[in-house]
Design a protein around this ligand. Structure first.
Ligand code: C2O
Ligand code: CU
Ligand code: CU
Length: 551
């Protein structure tokens, strides 16, 4: 097997993969010994009931993806779906297509041809600092535009929908990828049409690389496509149509089938070593409470390496993390002490979705429950099964320092509050809904602000996203009880709050304080957006324009 270099003096100061430490502490052997004590086993655990769907619900519908139920995980390769496409400075054409023929998984997808290969929803691989020249061709018969989620672009290259490409037309992007190494993504952003187009398959990944990430991959002997694998989560309904009801528009469009890289209930054969998974929640509205479990349903720990904006300064041991729409987590799972034949499941665990129904209005717009078919929001579900098939010698230690992730100095920062609420049948920010052309938020270039994102008690969780700037989470206040055990510091922050973020989930009754630094590489003014990334809420106007003006 591949040789892993022995730990250096530097490495010895690093943190040992937590599960190995746990093994020593428990003195156990076999994967079952890694179970974390004290976690009540949910009665609806898929493995406990033996049902594929969990929570006693029928199995997910699979007619939309046919043979992919229970088949091998699609690991992006050299061509095809999610394949890695490194333009290396070459200009590319990305065509949004309304008929794809790719196993009917999605009725829409992005196609790109490069060096004789056909890519569907390519994973763009950029080196930090690389120039990207991508021309969008709109072949879907309705207006569209591509937004580069998490990449700091000027307004023209942000693709936020302030300008769109009409059917049959083209839109040229030309920008420099300035981000830290990490997992970003792209999806349509034509206002009012975003949710339907994303649901029908128009989305893909962007992987940015730099020296820090290469050093980590070397230290852990990780190789893209083999032991460093992207996982794209999306819940889907049977059939390919996007037909959001008023209930869907209120709660968000939820599907009854869990898909990972386009397949339902896939498995991946693994060896006794460490695997890195870079996970994107590409669901329109669903939040996942991600964790790993052994075949008996016992929770296993993992290591959080990074968040939306790249690697954390230091790795954090985790037992689970919430991942809302558009959020990314970069995690490491250590299978080195597993036995051949063991199965480790990536699952979403049950939680209280805290969806409060709005007061009934005269229009009767208020929907009854979060009508999610056979997979209600907050219900558990098995997502991916890792089948341990091969024993290899592997020894690696997570470096003590992953990156030089900085903090934001908030001394003298201007404070601003955003109230997330509901009135007259619409989700709102500071009582407003989005109006094209208006920028009610005006910030001054090169200044720092602290934003207080306050969600009402009688609301539902909102995944708040800011275009153009990554932010740091400073504090969570009055969080729901269910979140408290997950807090990692006295400021109520979760493990996923410890890195750079572009999207943060704000629970009902909760206030999340974030810091933003409005430094940009472009001349002022530039216009961006701030919105809820529940795509039905976004399309419904839970979004504000934001202008960055000169100081
Ligand atoms: Cu990923 Cu404005 O969105
Ligand atoms: Cu964005
Ligand atoms: Cu929302």
């Amino acid at each position: 097997m591949r040789r892993v270099r022995p730990p250096s003096a530097d490495d010895r100061s690093g943190i040992v993969l937590p599960r190995r430490r746990l093994l020593r502490a428990l003195g156990g052997i076999g994967i079952g010994a890694f179970a974390l004590p004290g976690r009540p086993e949910p009665a609806d655990h898929p493995a406990a009931t033996g049902s594929r769907a969990g929570n006693g619900a029928p199995s997910p519908p699979d007619d939309w993806c046919g043979p992919r139920v229970g088949s091998p995980l699609l690991v992006p390769g050299e061509a095809g779906l999610f394949a890695r496409l490194a333009p290396n400075g070459a200009p590319l054409t990305l065509t949004a297509k309304g008929s794809t023929g790719i196993e009917a998984r999605w009725p829409m997808a992005f196609a790109a041809d490069h060096r004789g290969r056909r890519f569907w929803n390519p994973t763009f691989a950029f080196e930090r600092g690389e120039r990207a020249r991508i021309e969008l061709v709109n072949a879907i018969g309705e207006p569209t535009i591509v937004h580069w989620h998490g990449l700091a672009n000027d307004t023209a290259n942000d693709g936020a929908g302030l300008t769109v490409a009409a059917p049959g037309s083209r839109y040229a992007y030309d920008f420099v990828v300035r981000e830290r190494a990490g997992l970003y993504w792209y999806h349509p952003h034509p206002h009012g049409l975003t949710a339907g187009q994303a649901y029908r398959g128009l989305f893909g990944l962007v992987v940015v690389d730099d020296a820090e990430d290469r050093a980590l991959r070397t230290a852990l002997d990780l190789a893209w496509g083999r032991t460093d694998i992207p996982l794209v989560l999306q819940d889907r309904r049977a059939g390919a149509v996007y037909d959001a009801t008023s209930a869907d528009r209120h709660h968000g469009f939820l599907g009854g089938a869990a898909t990972v890289n386009g397949g339902t209930d896939p498995y991946l054969d693994v060896a006794t070593r460490t695997y890195r998974f870079r996970i994107l929640n590409a669901s329109n509205a669903r939040t996942y409470r991600l964790g790993f479990a052994d075949a008996a349903g016992k929770a296993l720990s993992f290591t959080l390496l990074g968040t939306d904006g790249g690697l954390l300064a230091k790795a954090v041991p985790c037992t689970e993390c919430f991942v809302s729409s558009a959020e990314r987590v970069d995690i490491l799972v250590d299978l080195s002490a597993a036995a051949i034949g063991d199965a480790v499941v990536l699952e979403t665990r049950g939680f209280d979705p805290m969806h409060f129904d709005p007061p009934a209005t005269s229009t009767g717009a208020a929907a009854p429950a979060h009508a999610a078919g056979d997979w209600p929001e907050g219900a558990s579900r098995r997502l991916l099964t890792l089948r341990v098939r091969e024993r290899v010698a592997y020894r690696a230690v997570v470096p003590a320092r992953l990156s030089a992730a900085s903090e934001i100095d908030v001394a003298g920062a201007r404070e601003r509050a955003f109230r997330l609420g509901y009135a007259k049948g619409r989700w709102r920010i500071n009582d407003r809904v989005f109006v094209m052309g208006e920028t009610p938020v005006e910030v001054v270039r090169d200044t720092t602000e602290v934003w207080l994102l306050r969600n009402y008690h009688t609301s539902m969780p909102h995944a708040m996203h800011v275009h153009g700037f990554h932010f740091r989470v400073l504090e969570r206040e009055t969080s729901p009880d269910a979140l408290r055990p997950l807090a990692v510091d006295e400021r109520g922050r979760l493990s996923t709050d410890l890195g750079w973020k572009d999207t943060v989930l704000v629970w009902p009754g909760e206030s999340v304080r974030v810091a933003l630094r409005f430094a940009m590489a472009f001349p002022a003014p530039q216009t961006y957006l701030l919105h809820c990334h529940n795509l039905e809420h976004e399309d419904g106007g839970m979004m504000l324009g934001m202008k960055v003006v000169a100081g």
